[in-house]
Design a binder for this molecule. Structure first.
Ligand code: TRP
Length: 339
C-alpha cells in the first residue's frame, strides 16, 4: 500500500482542514506504516502558483504548513514529508503527461470551471493544467490510495484516465508504467461548515475570523467562537433526522461527533433535549482538549525555520529517490533519448 496526498500551503490551517484531511492522514500514517506500507505527504506549492500569489507569502505559508502538519501528528520519520518544488520530477512528469491528457478532459473539470469563472481568457495556463500536475503527483510514486476530500474526486478520476491511456498507448503489454490510484474519501467529517453560516464551508478566505476555529487559536478564543457560533432557539433533537433543515445545529453536532470519534446519533442520544447553553460549553471544552496540545507544538515548531527546512530537505531527498524509477520509465516509454 502506498498512500500519496498533497495539500496547498495556504497558511492558517483551521478545523475544517484538520478534520477533513490532516487527521485522516495521521491515522493512515499510523495504520499503513505499521503494516509495511508507505505514506508520502507533500505541500502542493507548485499548484499554488496557478492563482495570483505573493512570493514571500508562499514561502512563509510553506514553512508554516510543515509546522502545522508536524504539530498535528505527521511524523517525518514515518512519512515522507516534502514540498513539490524540491522534487523536479513532479514538473517533469507533468510535461510528459501533457502529451496524454486531452483538452476535452480538462475542459470538464469543475474546479477549473469554478475558479476560472467567466474570465477563462485571463486564467493562467497553470490553472488549466492543474489536474495534470496532480496526476503526476500521484502517478510518480505508484500511489495505490489517495486520501482526498470529495471536491478532489474528479481530479483523481482524471489521474486514472491519464494513467490508463498512457499505459495503453506506450507501455508494453503486461508491464504498465503507472499504477491506477484509488481515491479514498473519509466518510465522516469531510465537510465542516462555517460557524456563522451552516451552508458555507469553513474556509480560510471567509472575511470573518469568527466563522472558523484556527489551529493557532488559544483556548479562550476557541471557547468564545463556539459560544458565539450561530444557532437556532430550539433544543437539540434526539436523533439525526431532527437536524434536517437546521444547518448550524447539524454542523456543531457534526463537529462534536468528529472530535469525539462518535456517531451523530450517539452524540444526540447524550445531548437530545439539551439547549445550546449546555451543549456549546461541552463542545468548546472538547475542542480545547484536542487542539491545545497541537496548538502548543505548532507555536514552538513555527519559530524554528531551520528545523522546518531540514525536515523538508530530508523528505525531498527521499521523494527524489522514490520518484526516479517511474520518471525514467515514462521517458523511456515515450521514446525520449536520455543517457
Ligand atoms: N488539489 C488538491 C487540493 O486542493 C491538492 C493536491 C495537489 C493533491 N496534488 C495532489 C491531493 C495529489 C491529492 C493528491 O486539495
Amino acid at each position: 500500500m502506498r498512500i500519496v496526498s498533497g495539500i496547498q500551503p495556504t497558511g492558517n490551517l483551521h478545523l475544517g482542514n484538520y478534520l477533513g484531511a490532516i487527521r485522516n492522514w495521521v491515522k493512515m500514517q499510523d495504520e499503513v506504516t505499521g503494516g509495511g506500507g508507505q505514506c508520502l505527504y507533500f505541500l502542493a506549492d507548485l499548484h499554488a502558483i496557478s492563482m495570483p500569489h505573493d512570493p514571500a507569502q508562499l514561502s512563509a505559508n510553506t514553512r508554516e504548513m510543515v509546522a502545522a502538519l508536524v504539530a498535528c501528528g505527521i511524523d517525518p520519520e514515518k512519512s515522507v514529508l516534502f514540498n513539490q518544488a524540491q522534487v523536479p520530477a513532479h514538473a517533469e512528469l507533468q510535461w510528459l503527461l501533457n502529451g496524454t491528457a486531452r483538452t476535452g478532459w480538462l475542459n470538464r473539470m469543475t474546479q477549473w470551471k469554478d475558479k476560472a469563472g467567466k474570465n477563462r481568457e485571463g486564467a493562467s495556463v497553470a490553472l488549466y493544467t492543474y489536474p495534470v500536475l496532480q496526476a503526476a503527483d500521484v502517478l510518480l510514486y505508484q500511489a495505490t490510495h489517495v486520501p482526498v476530500g470529495d471536491d478532489q474526486k474528479q481530479h483523481l478520476e482524471l489521474a486514472r484516465d491519464i494513467a490508463q491511456k498512457f499505459n495503453n498507448d506506450f507501455a508494453d503489454e503486461g508491464a504498465p508504467v503507472f499504477t491506477l490510484p484509488e481515491p479514498t474519501i473519509p466518510p465522516e467529517a469531510a465537510r465542516i461548515m462555517s460557524l456563522r453560516d451552516g451552508l458555507a464551508k469553513m474556509s480560510k478566505s471567509d472575511s470573518s475570523d469568527m466563522s472558523r476555529i484556527n489551529l493557532i487559536d488559544d483556548a479562550d478564543t476557541i471557547m468564545s467562537k463556539i459560544r458565539k457560533a450561530k444557532t437556532d432557539p430550539e433544543v437539540l433533537p434526539s436523533d439525526k433526522a431532527g437536524l434536517d433543515g437546521r444547518a448550524e445545529a447539524a454542523n456543531l453536532v457534526g463537529i462534536y461527533a468528529a472530535m469525539a470519534g462518535k456517531t451523530v446519533d450517539a452524540v444526540l442520544a447524550q445531548y437530545g433535549g439539551a439547549g445550546f447553553g449546555r451543549f456549546k460549553p461541552a463542545l468548546g471544552e472538547l475542542l480545547v482538549e484536542t487542539l491545545a496540545p497541537i496548538n502548543a507544538r505548532f507555536v514552538s515548531l513555527r519559530e524554528d525555520g531551520e528545523a522546518l527546512d531540514a525536515v523538508l530537505a530530508k523528505g525531498a531527498l527521499r521523494a527524489r529517490e522514490l520518484a526516479a524509477p517511474t520518471l525514467s520509465a515514462a521517458y523511456q516509454a515515450l521514446g525520449l533519448v536520455r543517457f
